[in-house]
Design a protein around this ligand. Sequence first.
Ligand code: GLN
Length: 486
Amino acid sequence: MIEKTVAELSAALAAGEISSVELTQAYLDRIKQYNQSLNAYITVCEEEAIAQARAADEARAKGENSPLLGIPLAQKDIFCTEGVTTTCGSRMLENFISPYDATVVERLNKAGAVMLGKTNMDEFAMGSSNETSYFGPVRNPWDVKRVPGGSSGGSASAVAADLCAIATGTDTGGSIRQPAAFCGITGFKPSYGRVSRWGMIAFASSLDQAGPIAKSAEDAALMMNVIAGLDEKDSTSIDRPVEDYAASLNDSLDGLRIGIPKQHFAEGLNAEVEQSIRDALAEYEKLGATITEIDLPNNHLSVSAYYVVAPAEASANLSRYDGVRYGYRCDNPADLEDMYKRTRSEGFGDEVKRRIMVGTYALSAGFYDAYYRKAQQIRRLIKQDFNEAFKQVDVIIGPTSPHTAFELGAKTDPVTMYLEDIYTIAVNLAGLPGISIPAAPAGGLPTGLHIVGNDFAEAKVLNVAHQLQRNTDWHKQKPAGLGQEA
Ligand code: GLN
């Protein structure tokens, strides 16, 4: 049962084939069996989960029925959860217990979902491999010597290994889509503003978005139906009606205009991954889509612009961790300055410190025009490229990542790691919705197909993703490597 999709589990729960308590217990057992080798969860909430499952079963007995009622899921440990630690993958927040739930958490709880626990992640969501977590790296269930991607690697590993039915993630530059690609599952980043950021620990506020990490596009739509929508607590959440994302999944793709960016099929793309993407495009042609090459002329500037904007915002957001308000505080400080310095030196890991320094530098008076303003100008050009492209096409498709999952420890140079998001980052800079779904595996490892839509075209993106999954089995491939010793 635990390998099933949310849609299937929901039907089984409604038909009384299984109770939420039984299902929850099955996932908890599986977590006990595999979490030690995968390190996907930082916190497992056994008792709370069973209590939530019991409540879901009772609600169902009273006649309630909604798609997520009684469905066991995992929350990325970036979402504040009342009464349960929220670490953000950092020593700084190792013992932090939030007094409130993030809006995403609150909405999922209200929908009757069961929270199995909090998933591991790169520290403050900075990374592409999950190796920057204070709680140790996460491993990819397809091959435990390999990374699951990052920063939502714990969620991706947990979904791929059936340690939950579905999970949440966040995506600032690719952190939902790239781990989904590496773990052979579906990860959806909505348009900026579609899902509330309230209670989601801030990394780069103008880029961060929450979204589902799931076994199918249909499941992603079911979660979106719960988490999307205006939240008055987040002033950047958009006041725009929420569609029923499950309703248009089966719309025909006949006449769909797909654009493939020539910049995404150039040097650097692994040949086998490219073949998988081309095979998926051929499937779309069979479904009636037409394919044209498009130009995103400023795409090559996206990683550089992001690594000015994101650290700049991070340096401001992370200034709150000073040992005074909450979180880690160093022992026996000599004076206030010593306390600030040692708290931040000891509480943050290297990558976080690097970003704070880069961001502070880019925002400093003498360099603001040269770096920050320039990066914002590039951001505008990137958005304009997409605007032009969407005059000609309905969706843009390419690879999510240039290659499959790499081995732990393989990338030690930060800039090489930053290039991981070469195909995904521009989408965050432009605020657009994007999904990664499995294409055919390459060399026995998953590959990701990246589908990008215009502003607030989440329904279209999910529809395009779902149609491929209806007509192919790539998303049903399962890791065979589970249980290998690390
Ligand atoms: N890999 C990118 C970074 O390290 C993106 C991370 C994210 O999307 N949270 O910043």
